[in-house]
Design a protein around this ligand. Structure first.
Ligand code: GUN
Length: 326
């Protein structure tokens, strides 16, 4: 471990521990709040990926290769996919962006996926979501070969992960796990409340945090749109994961003093003071919640960069598996 990484870990450990001790002693108003910086953690993991990518290339003569299918040209999806392609370049991967008109039929898209499944030059690919309403997203997810499913959305990968077997973990929850590791956040025995039960975030997040592993071994409660007394439950959370897709839903009354808050949301809300006419917010009302927390992810710059980094880690793993290096 490098000296700077050791120093960083020591500092983050102290800050989170110190704030929790102060809360316990009734000095909640004095604690230090840690920003869980997803860009900083991503830079650390991406340096590792760069070195591992070079090693892969030296052994196989190929770069790890990720492709993304983008149907239509919705603003947010364009931005996400561009960021994924740019990160491939940064870590030394090959990337391919495959675009289709929003009018592509479900059958045509499934046949395009078959082509990518069979393309031995390609180690992993994703189909950027959401898809147009006439396409059944489950059919699309199930068509992707699980060995190339670096998003970890296929039922085979979700099922293996649920059983604790090696699998591609869904990129957003896996990115959160790596962020927790980076900041040395203890989850064992903690009460984690997850707001949202989506197949790509809430569900796999609950599996990863309740498994017998590190980070893991948490007591996990999953809340959803039919949950009653949501604020009573979320206030019990030592670690609160907000993944509902509702801008600024989590207010200060819903958060315990000293909690660690992970904000998965990313929405554009109108803001006439900005040149763009909008600003990005998460599922947490950051300004009022952050002062109560011992640690919190910012939006943007928290979970988002970690999702992309986790996707790169899955791609390298897929490439290694396909080249017989694992
Ligand atoms: N849309 C929003 N998040 C994601 C993601 O992680 N993967 C894909 N494929 N689409 C998304």
């Amino acid at each position: 471990m490098s000296k700077s990484r050791r120093k960083h870990l020591w500092q983050s450990l102290n800050l989170i521990d110190l704030s929790q001790t102060l809360h316990k002693e009734g000095f909640g108003f004095l604690y230090a709040m840690q920003i869980l910086d997803g860009k900083q953690a991503s830079n650390y993991y991406q340096e590792q990926l760069k070195a591992e990518s070079l090693e892969f290339e030296a052994k196989t003569g190929k770069k790890p290769h990720l492709a993304a299918i983008l149907v239509g040209n919705s603003g947010p999806s364009e931005t996400y996919v561009a960021a994924k392609m740019e990160t491939c370049r940064k870590v030394g991967f090959q990337s391919s962006l495959i675009r289709f008109e929003p009018t592509i039929t479900e059958q045509q898209l499934l046949l395009e996926i078959d082509k990518l499944n069979q393309d031995s030059d390609l180690h992993g690919f994703i189909v950027q979501l959401p898809l147009p309403a006439h396409i059944d997203v489950n059919k699309v997810i199930e068509r992707v070969d699980p060995s190339k499913d670096v998003d970890g959305f296929h039922p085979v990968n979700l099922g293996k992960m649920a059983k604790g077997l090696p699998a591609f973990a869904s990129a957003t929850p896996w990115g959160i796990i790596k962020l927790m590791e980076y900041y040395n956040i203890e989850t064992e025995g903690k009460h984690v409340v997850i707001l949202g039960r989506s197949q790509i975030v809430g569900l796999p997040m609950s599996l990863l945090l309740s498994r017998n592993s590190k980070p893991g071994n948490a007591t996990v409660t999953v809340c959803h749109s039919k949950s009653q007394n949501l604020a009573d439950i979320s206030r019990q959370a030592d670690i609160l994961v907000a993944a509902l897709g509702i801008p600024e839903f989590v207010k200060k009354e819903m958060v315990k003093d000293g909690a660690i808050v992970i904000d998965v949301g990313l929405s554009r809300i109108p803001d006439e003071t900005r040149k763009s006419g909008y600003r990005l917010v998460g599922d947490v009302a950051y300004d009022e919640v952050a002062p109560k927390c011992s640690a919190i992810t910012p939006v943007p710059g928290g979970v988002g960069p970690m999702t992309i980094t986790a996707l790169m880690q899955n791609t390298l793993l897929a490439a290694r598996q396909q080249m017989g290096l694992t």
